[in-house]
Design a protein around this ligand. Structure first.
Ligand code: SF4
Ligand code: SF4
Length: 154
């Protein structure tokens, strides 16, 4: 059965996320071209929060303010927490988590906005290898799936 995503439920929840986007994505700022899969220099990696959040515009980080992951960040953070991991505490699995986030985010954006031009900078082989993770994270976001058996089945 194809997955169905409820747009209204695909909420960005930065307060409960592990700031996955601030490490996973590439930032195309001329004054700070942050590479992908590298924590932003303004990210507090212990607290997982932006240290310049109140002055993003003044510092020229306007894209950050409007970024909406449509729930991909929390789903991926949740998935890795279930495995007892997070990119900031387990650097050995950080790249896997970052790629997983990119794939899940790309999938959701394509679902919500099929005509939007968006590139996924993850090699095909990696996309294939990470399917167990990306599928589980997408299940967390989908209406018709319950990968961890957390819903009341009675
Ligand atoms: S500037 Fe702040 S919001 Fe933007 S990527 Fe860096 S830590 Fe995240
Ligand atoms: S990944 Fe999504 S929920 Fe997490 S900090 Fe980024 S925008 Fe917020």
């Amino acid at each position: 059965m194809p997955r169905i995503f409820d747009k209204a439920k695909l909420k960005t929840d930065c307060a409960n996320c592990d700031a996955v986007c601030c490490a996973a994505v590439r930032l195309p700022y001329a004054h700070y071209p942050k590479p992908p899969r590298t924590p932003c220099r303004h990210l507090d990696e212990t607290l997982c929060h932006c240290t310049v959040f109140n002055e993003l515009e003044q510092r020229g980080y306007d894209i950050c303010r409007g970024f909406d992951c449509h729930g991909a960040g929390l789903a991926v953070a949740q998935l890795f927490r279930e495995m007892g991991r997070s990119w900031n505490t387990h650097p050995e699995s950080a790249t896997v988590q970052f790629h997983t986030f990119s794939i899940v985010y790309f999938t959701i954006v394509k679902y919500l906005h099929p005509d939007r031009a968006i590139e996924l900078d993850v090699p095909e082989k990696v996309i294939e290898d990470l399917k167990p993770f990306t599928e589980a994270a997408l299940d967390l976001l989908a209406e018709n799936a319950d990968p961890f058996g957390t819903l009341d089945k009675s």
